[in-house]
Design a protein around this ligand. Structure first.
Ligand code: PLP
Length: 305
């Protein structure tokens, strides 16, 4: 965990610490290992040789899965959204030895249909299918343990406790895991990287119910800025300022939007003076490679915050 000092936090009397999951591993980065580990255990218990999963051409999840497969010697296959394209992420997936299949856009939309996995199970009977983004109950349970890990690091910060835990939400799996792990001890704030109505509001209660937990102890805010993966000048500028002041790199789809939403909440006076907040840095920095040039241009187009 890293305590970060910023003018806007000091002015509001709020303290912030980042749980730097981006530093867990350069390749298997962020929340991904925590979501994947239970599936790997399941695959081992079933005597399978690896995992097959889904994602886009910039997917952090597929990147971490392929990297883990290369590192630990298990097989991986990736089903990709859209038509074949060449991105830094896709090049890495190939280099890591992942089998790639491009499903087109219509084919990818079928991923929740009842018969979707049947042909892939037939083709890869030795691989365990894992939902998009490592979602589902095992993925959430893998993230629940993060709460204990972060609490163990509080003494090193000189903090006896904290008031809120913030995390970016894509599928809501990591959020559901943290809410389970907190079990009502601290409010968890899920900063949605997707606009309202894109599934998080339904998925979190479903996962909590499956985990035998009450649907409480968290709140969702829209951090998407109008669309998943939509970038704008204010976000780009905020990220550049944040990195300059703290030395911590962010990416724009999840962690940049998370911290900008937190900034706006603090500036609006919604975090009481004396609050101590922990925010999860969930990694995803590999995705920056395809976006950095656009971000730099956007960031230069607006004055200082
Ligand atoms: C960097 C990053 N942070 C956060 C998330 C959100 O995780 P979840 O899908 O568990 O909500 C994702 C991915 O989905 C991600 O890649």
């Amino acid at each position: 965990m890293q305590h970060v000092r910023l003018d806007w936090l000091d002015a509001a009397g709020v303290e912030l610490a980042l749980l730097r999951l981006d530093l867990v591993d350069e390749q298997v980065s962020g929340n991904k290992w925590f979501k994947l580990a239970p599936y790997l255990r399941q695959a081992a218990d079933l005597g399978l040789r690896g995992l097959i999963s889904l994602g886009g051409a910039h997917s952090n999840h597929l990147h971490a899965l392929a990297a883990a497969g290369a590192r630990f010697g298990f097989e991986t296959a990736g089903l990709l959204r859209g038509l074949e394209q060449d991105t830094p992420t896709v090049r890495d997936l190939r280099d890591f030895g992942m089998d790639l299949h491009w499903l087109g856009y219509a084919g990818y939309r079928e991923r929740h249909a009842p018969g979707f996995w049947a042909p892939w199970r037939e083709r890869y009977p030795h691989l365990l299918p894992v939902d998009e983004g490592g979602g589902g109950l095992p993925g959430a349970q893998g993230c629940a343990g993060l709460v204990g890990q972060l609490r163990a690091q509080l003494p090193a910060l000189g903090w006896a406790d904290y008031h809120q835990l913030w995390v970016a939400a894509g599928s809501g799996t990591t959020l559901a895991g943290l809410v389970s792990g907190e079990d009502g001890a601290h409010e968890v704030v899920g900063a949605m990287a997707v606009p309202p109505g894109h599934g998080v509001e339904g998925q979190v209660p479903r996962l909590l119910q499956a985990a035998g937990r009450a649907d409480e102890g968290y709140r969702l805010i829209d951090a998407s800025r109008g669309g998943f993966a939509r970038l704008d000048a204010r976000l780009a500028r905020f990220m550049a300022e944040f990195q300059k002041a703290t030395g911590v790199p962010l990416e724009p789809l999840y962690t940049g939007k998370l911290l900008l939403a937190l900034h706006d909440e603090v500036q609006a006076g919604r975090a009481p003076r004396g609050s101590r907040i922990v925010a999860v840095h969930s990694g995803g920095l590999q995705g920056l490679r395809a976006l950095q040039e656009r971000l730099d241009k956007l960031s230069r187009s607006v004055p200082l915050l």
